[in-house]
Design a protein around this ligand. Structure first.
Ligand SMILES: Cc1ncc(COP(=O)(O)O)c(C=O)c1O
Length: 445
């Protein structure tokens, strides 16, 4: 093992502008990982750190899984790159077929991207173009939700609802966007296990406020995360998503589920759509499609929507949109291997089986100092801490740092600490995760 101090000395940290990082603080006290296997990172100083967030909600099959590693290596030596513009390679077609096979009834097509942000923008574009080609070109407005995270691109931050991602870019946000209220209500619904019984009526705001204000004939799509993740883990009240679906149906509005976090087993089903029994028109995915091993995202599209594009194009290009690396061979190979791993190890089912134990672990944090909420659904959960006066976010950041020092990686989002373990987690991993987080909370003033 390289001497960690030596490794840090040998690296010039300055040229890399790290994303979503306090660069100067990080570089004063860098935290480097040099390897990972299954649920653990190896740090530069040789410690094992349990990955309690599937890193960024993405490593669903765990790290460096043999089948995925092997598939990427093999593909790199066989066909490293081929464009998907009017040229094809077998693995992208096969990956699309496999994703469609996991999707709810009615979905028939996949448009590949390289990230969740690109997939969100792709879905918004498909929604706008779809209405236009059907002669409903006035449907140009988009509806997002407060505290939603839909990636960092302009489309995503426009429909997104996390203020920090929007503030500096106000001049560039899409102009015709409304936001539903978020579904969190700590006053009425703190410490709820799973979905709250009350609150479905929050969806009615679409029909009672936004549609009357603009008229449905001007609204193209509503986009929501079935369970909001990066905005602080917000679980929808029972019946909320079904209510949104009904309202969208009544008014000819497309419903888009951003399943970048909830897709590929997180909810014990392939997509959250199946868990909730609510079928959207477009499903945005990324992250778990390759278990994080190679960047990839995409949009699952209903057959009827694709058909409308095909008919309107009259034999020409159906959609003037795409990325150089859409359906990249390495990503496609990683996706197929990840999907095989999920199936062979029954990881989606396992996630569902582990969910009650996970729920107990999350809610065991209730009663610790400053804990004002514990919430969970399937294998996604969070504890929320009371903010320190004048220093919002500081308390959860301290918990995150203390957990890291004690060998567990979790994420602080404001004053919420989020949990989202790889689907290969066992009870002993959850015991370690919540045990360390509890110690970290107790040690934090
Ligand atoms: C729901 C959701 N949508 C979109 C994104 C953006 O994905 P990416 O970072 O791959 O662009 C994220 C990332 O966390 C996400 O959670």
């Amino acid at each position: 093992m390289t001497d960690p101090a030596e490794l840090v000395r040998s690296l010039d940290l300055e040229p890399l502008w790290m994303p979503l990082t306090a660069n100067r603080a990080f570089k004063r006290s860098p935290r480097l990982v040099v390897a990972a296997k299954d649920l653990y990172y190896t740090t530069a100083d040789g410690r094992q750190v349990l990955d309690g967030l599937a890193t960024l909600w993405c490593v669903n099959a765990g790290h460096c899984r043999p089948k995925i590693v092997e598939a990427i290596g093999r593909q790199a030596g066989t066909l490293d790159y081929a464009s998907s513009y009017s040229l094809g390679h077998p693995l992208a077609f096969e990956a699309a077929r496999r994703v469609v096979a996991l999707a709810p009834e009615g979905f028939g097509h996949v448009f590949f991207t390289n990230s969740g942000s690109e997939a969100v923008d792709t879905a918004l574009k498909i929604a706008l173009a779809y209405h236009r080609l059907r002669g409903e070109a006035t449907r140009t407005r988009l509806v997002g939700r407060e505290r939603a995270f839909h990636g960092a691109n302009f489309g995503g931050i426009s429909v997104g609802g996390v203020p920090a991602y929007r503030k500096a870019f106000a001049a560039g946000l899409l102009p015709a966007v409304d936001h539903l209220r978020h579904t969190q209500d700590l006053g009425a619904r703190a410490f709820v296990r799973g979905q709250a019984a009350a609150g479905a009526e929050l969806a009615d705001e679409l029909e009672n406020r936004i549609i009357p204000l603009h008229d449905a004939s001007n609204i193209a799509a509503v986009i929501v995360e079935p369970v909001a993740g990066a905005g602080g883990v917000l679980v929808p009240p029972r019946g909320y998503l079904a209510r949104l679906r009904e309202i969208c149906d009544r008014h000819g509005i497309l419903l888009v589920f951003d399943e970048v976090i909830t897709g590929f087993g997180r909810m014990g089903t392939p997509f959250a759509s199946q868990f909730f029994g609510v079928t959207p028109d477009l499903i945005v995915f990324a992250k778990g499609i390759t278990s994080g091993a190679v960047p990839m995202g995409g949009v699952l599209v209903k057959k009827s929507i694709y058909q409308a594009f095909a008919e309107a194009a009259g034999g020409g290009v159906e959609l003037f949109h795409g990325y150089t690396y859409s359906g990249h061979p390495l990503a496609s190979a990683a996706a197929l291997a990840a999907l095989d791993t999920y199936a062979e190890e029954r990881l989606f089912e396992r996630a569902g089986e582990l969910a009650p134990y996970f729920e107990d672990g999350v809610h065991a944090l209730r009663g610790l100092p400053h804990v004002i909420d514990c919430r969970n659904l399937q294998l996604i959960g969070a504890v929320e801490l009371e903010p320190r006066p004048g220093a919002p976010g500081a308390r959860a950041t301290d918990v995150h740092t203390r957990a890291w020092d004690r060998g567990v990686f979790v994420r602080a989002i404001g004053d919420t600490v989020a949990f989202c373990p790889p689907l290969i987690a066992e009870r002993k991993h959850l015991d370690a995760l919540f045990g360390v987080v509890a110690e970290a909370i107790r040690a934090t003033a």
